[in-house]
Design a protein around this ligand. Structure first.
Ligand code: UDX
Ligand code: ADP
Length: 465
């Protein structure tokens, strides 16, 4: 009987967890172990109650429930899992550096390097190392150098296999990807990883390239997607000056097959762990390689996004007669998009920050985000007294939308959760002081309906305000 293939993934986060769950689900003949140094996170992945998994993704609980304990394992024993692995995925965090050279732009690669060192110290046979985390171009060379310097070069291959899943739709994206991208130098190693994906992905959707093209493609894909959002958001501002409607403009331009309809939804701004980080990283690389014009071109996408978030907060303040001090403002949605509990770089953080600087009181409701997470995010964004404000009741997290909107001078809808479509807005209106302001940062609701109820209603990119 042939040995079962063993995969180990370092990092049980938003990428590692769902991706490995899908591999285990689709490949019952492969044993998949996900390791993380964070004990609390691993305990949550092993929780008998699938509602307590650390990552919220529709459909993830069912797949984990089916595969866990059969061929999917979560553990803190990194060394043992590395020792026995044929393929090692690196799926750890690569946030933007906050210190030293490249602070604010370059990717912080210390967790990747630590993984490379751990692997070099632990493994004693051949292995394939797969970069799953988004990394700057040529990171594979760094991993290879660390391995070689520790006598582990010859029988170890490094591949790049960037993840393209979007949060909130991760399970569907993993089950039916537009493409799987694998970059590498050794055709045999590439073929081995191809054979894993071939369990469920048609061969013609598995693209193979050289290492550097693969690494750069991930940054480029995210830069192009983010650029579309910033482009339509820039037009949303012009719509508000001219009486055009950005939804109509998006439909009109998206019908051109050369442009296409996706990623043209004007919003309060893009968030998430990838777009900003990857563009800044791309810009940093361009500067590094002596291409400042290219760097500035991409940087402007982030600049536009920051402006859009700020513009939205300013609109609220302006419409509330230029003062929000001591006024209660309801925030509907805090996650960076619907169907996720992830708040990294969420537009809501920055809108709330701007309002808190103006001394507003915030009542926030999000179906998946905790008060603790909210306070951490606000502190990170510069509201250093967020906890004290929460203790004084100036920042509250409510258990439903009606509780948040009660007695609020304004409602700001910042995440497009489906449940916000079906709220009884007449009821919301009646519990608010008048004039009752509504600010739709996602273009989720029918502006005409809100105005008919009596709200002074604003929606991003909808006519003269
Ligand atoms: C993104 C990429 O889509 C994915 O391929 C990559 O692997 C990781 O980064 P993610 O950040 O999870 O995925 O979500 P995505 O759906 O791309 O949305 C990013 C942000 O842009 C969200 O805040 C979303 O609300 C916003 N957005 C997206 C818009 O404002 N308008 C749009 O039309 C699309
Ligand atoms: P992503 O969105 O890319 O999945 P996350 O921050 O959600 O990022 O997850 C990355 C995980 O990687 C974290 O849970 C972190 O504890 C883990 N991690 C980082 N470095 C190591 C390491 N050297 N060994 C084990 N786990 C690690």
């Amino acid at each position: 009987m042939s040995e079962r293939l063993k995969i180990t993934c370092i990092g049980a986060g938003y990428v590692g967890g769902p991706t490995m769950a899908m591999i285990a689900h689709r490949c019952p003949s492969i044993d998949v172990t996900v390791v993380d140094m964070n004990e609390e996170r691993i305990a949550a992945w092993n929780d008998a109650d699938l509602q307590n998994l650390p990552v919220y993704e529709p459909g993830l609980d069912a797949i984990v429930g089916e595969a866990r304990g059969r061929n999917l394992f979560f553990s803190t024993d990194v060394a043992s899992a590395l020792k026995s692995a044929d393929i090692i995925f690196i799926s750890v965090n690569t946030p933007t550096k906050t210190y030293g050279e490249g602070a604010g732009e370059a990717a912080d690669l210390r967790w990747i390097e630590k993984c490379a060192r751990q692997i070099a110290e632990t493994i004693d046979g051949p292995a394939i190392i797969v970069e799953k985390s988004t990394v700057p171009i040529r990171t594979a060379a760094m991993i290879k150098t660390v391995l070689e310097a520790n006598g582990r070069g010859d029988d170890v291959d490094v591949l790049s296999n960037p993840e393209f899943l979007a949060e909130g739709t991760a399970m569907a994206d993993l089950a039916d990807p537009d493409r799987v991208l694998i970059g590498g130098e050794n055709p045999q190693a590439i073929e081995k990883l191809v054979s894993v994906y071939e369990h469920w992905v048609p061969r013609d959707r598995i693209l193979t390239t050289n290492l550097w093209s693969s690494e750069l493609s991930k940054l480029t894909a995210n830069a192009f997607l983010a650029q579309r959002v910033s482009s339509i958001n820039s037009i949303s501002a012009l719509c508000e000056e001219t009486g055009a409607d950005v939804g109509e403009v998006a439909r009109a331009i998206g019908s051109d097959s050369r442009i296409g309809p996706k990623f043209l939804q004007a919003s309060v701004g893009f968030g998430g762990s990838c777009f900003q980080k990857d563009i800044l990283n791309l810009s940093y690389l361009c500067d590094y390689f002596g291409l400042p014009e290219v760097a500035d071109y991409w940087r402007s996408v982030v600049k536009m996004n920051n402006w859009q978030k700020h513009r939205f907060a300013q609109r609220i303040i302006k419409n509330l007669f230029n003062t929000v001090a001591d006024k209660r403002i309801a925030i509907l949605g805090f996650a960076f998009k619907k169907d996720t509990n992830d708040t990294r770089e969420a537009a809501a953080i920055y809108v709330c920050r701007d309002l808190l600087i103006e001394k507003a009181h915030l009542a926030i409701y999000d179906p998946k985000v905790s008060l603790e997470q909210l306070i951490t995010d606000l502190e990170y964004a510069g509201i250093t007294d967020a906890r004290e404000r929460a203790e004084r009741g100036e920042i509250v997290m409510t258990s439903d939308a009606y509780e948040a909107t009660e007695q609020a001078h304004a409602v700001a809808l910042l995440t497009e959760w489906d449940e916000f479509k079906d709220l009884d807005y007449q009821r919301v209106y009646e519990t608010m002081p008048k004039p009752a302001h509504f600010f739709d940062g996602r273009r989720l609701l029918d502006l005409g309906h809100l105005r008919k109820i009596g709200f002074t209603a604003y929606s991003i990119g909808s006519g003269i305000q």
